[in-house]
Write a protein that binds this ligand. Structure first.
Ligand SMILES: [Zn+2]
Length: 354
C-alpha cells in the first residue's frame, strides 16, 4: 500500500474525478439511467455537504476551524457533492467540491453556500449538455442559488422551511385563500399502507428578481394492519411551473433529495466504505484522491447491487454482505478458465434496473 500511497500523493486531484465523469457519461450514453428522468428529460441531481474528517491539531493549511465555548479550536474538512439520484436507490457522484479555506489570509471561512458556486461551475464543465434538475435542502433557497441555477439554465426543486424568505411566505398566505384551481388529491394503496396525498401550489411569486413557484404536499399514510396514521408535510420551491398534471412528479422529485443523505453519505460512512477513515493523515491531495476512489468503487458496487439479477439473489438469509463474501472467496480460491471468460465477455448482455 506504500506504493499506492505514493501515487495518491502525487496524482493531480482532478484526474480521478475526470475518470469518474467518463464512467458516468458512458452510463448516460448507453441510456442506463434514462427511465429515471423527471418529465422524461431531466436527471435529478442532489447537492449537499457533509463532514469527512476532524482533527484536534491543524492538519493542513486548508482546514476549516471551529472554536468551542471554552476556547478549544478543532480542525475539520467538509465536502460537497452533486449526486445523480434515482428512485430505485442510485446515488451516483457526478462532481465533488471540497469546502476549504484559501492559502494565506482571509476574512471569512469557506462554507457550503460558497462551495456550491464552484460545484455548479465544475458540474457545467464536466457535463456541459446534460439536462439536470437540482434538488437541494432548506439551506439553499437564497438569491445566489436562484441566480446560479438561472445562469446555467437548470430547473431546481428546493426544500422550503417555515420562516425562510418571509416575503414569499407572506404572499403564499395571501394567495392560498384566493385560489381554487391549485389543488389535487391522490390516493394509493400498497400491501402495507393506504396513502392519501393532498397537493397545493402557487405559481409565479416574485423574489429578488426571480419568479418562484411554491408547492406543498401533505401525506397521510395509514398502516393497514395497525390502523395508525402518520402525517408528513413537504414544502418545496421550484422554477418549474406547476400544473395539475405535473404537481405529483415535481413534489416527488423534490423528496428524492433525501437520498443524497441516506443512500449517499450514510451508506458511504456506515456500510463498509468508511468515508470518515483518515486514509491519509498528512497529504490533503492523497485524501482527495482516496475520496474519488471511494466514489468510483461505490458506483461500481451500485451497478451490481441494484441490478435485477443481483436483487433476485438477495433473499432470506442471503444478505448483500454475504454475497460479496462469496464473490471474494471465489476470486481467491475459485478456478477461472481463461477461455470460458473470454467467451462470456463476447456475449452481449443487458443489466436491468427497476
Ligand atoms: Zn486540513
Amino acid at each position: 500500500m506504500d506504493t499506492v500511497n505514493d501515487v495518491m500523493i502525487r496524482l493531480k486531484t482532478d484526474e480521478l474525478e475526470k475518470l469518474k465523469a467518463s464512467m458516468v457519461r458512458t452510463l448516460i450514453e448507453k441510456k442506463v439511467l434514462h427511465k429515471f428522468r423527471l418529465f422524461k428529460k431531466y436527471f435529478v441531481v442532489g447537492v449537499d455537504g457533509t463532514g469527512v474528517h476532524n482533527f484536534s491539531k491543524r492538519h493542513c493549511e486548508h482546514c476549516l476551524t471551529k472554536t468551542s465555548k471554552n476556547g478549544k479550536v478543532t480542525f475539520f474538512h467538509n465536502v460537497m457533492e452533486a449526486k445523480l439520484l434515482c428512485p430505485n436507490g442510485f446515488s451516483i457522484s457526478l462532481a465533488t467540491e471540497w469546502v476549504e479555506n484559501p492559502e494565506g489570509d482571509f476574512k471569512k471561512q469557506d462554507c457550503e453556500r460558497k462551495a456550491f458556486k464552484r460545484l455548479a461551475a465544475r458540474l457545467k464543465d464536466l457535463y456541459p449538455r446534460l439536462p439536470i434538475c437540482i434538488a437541494a435542502d432548506g439551506l439553499y433557497p437564497t438569491k445566489p442559488f436562484f441566480d446560479t441555477c438561472a445562469q446555467n439554465g437548470w430547473p431546481y426543486i428546493v426544500t422550503f422551511k417555515d420562516g425562510n424568505l418571509p416575503s414569499v411566505w407572506e404572499e403564499v398566505d395571501v394567495l392560498l385563500g384566493k385560489s381554487t384551481d391549485n389543488k389535487r388529491t391522490l390516493a394509493t394503496t400498497n400491501s402495507k399502507h393506504q396513502v392519501n396525498i393532498e397537493l397545493c401550489w402557487i405559481n409565479a411569486i416574485d423574489y429578488a428578481g426571480h419568479k418562484v413557484n411554491w408547492i406543498e404536499c401533505i401525506e397521510y399514510s395509514r398502516d393497514i394492519e395497525s390502523n395508525e396514521t402518520q402525517t408528513s408535510r413537504f414544502v418545496h420551491l421550484t422554477n418549474i411551473e406547476i400544473t395539475w398534471r405535473n404537481a405529483p412528479e415535481v413534489s416527488q422529485s423534490g423528496r428524492l433529495r433525501w437520498k443524497i443523505e441516506n443512500e449517499g453519505f450514510n451508506c458511504q460512512k456506515n456500510h463498509g466504505y468508511n468515508l470518515q477513515h483518515k486514509y491519509s493523515r498528512n497529504s490533503y491531495c492523497a485524501t482527495k484522491n482516496y475520496y474519488q476512489c471511494l466514489q468510483i468503487a461505490h458506483l461500481l458496487n451500485q451497478l451490481v447491487e441494484l441490478s435485477a439479477n443481483f436483487l433476485n439473489l438477495v433473499t432470506g438469509k442471503k444478505s448483500i454482505k454475504h454475497l460479496w463474501k462469496c464473490m471474494i472467496a471465489f476470486l481467491i480460491c475459485g478456478f477461472i478458465d481463461a477461455d470460458e471468460l473470454s467467451l462470456l465477455l463476447r456475449q452481449r448482455c443487458q443489466i436491468r434496473y427497476g
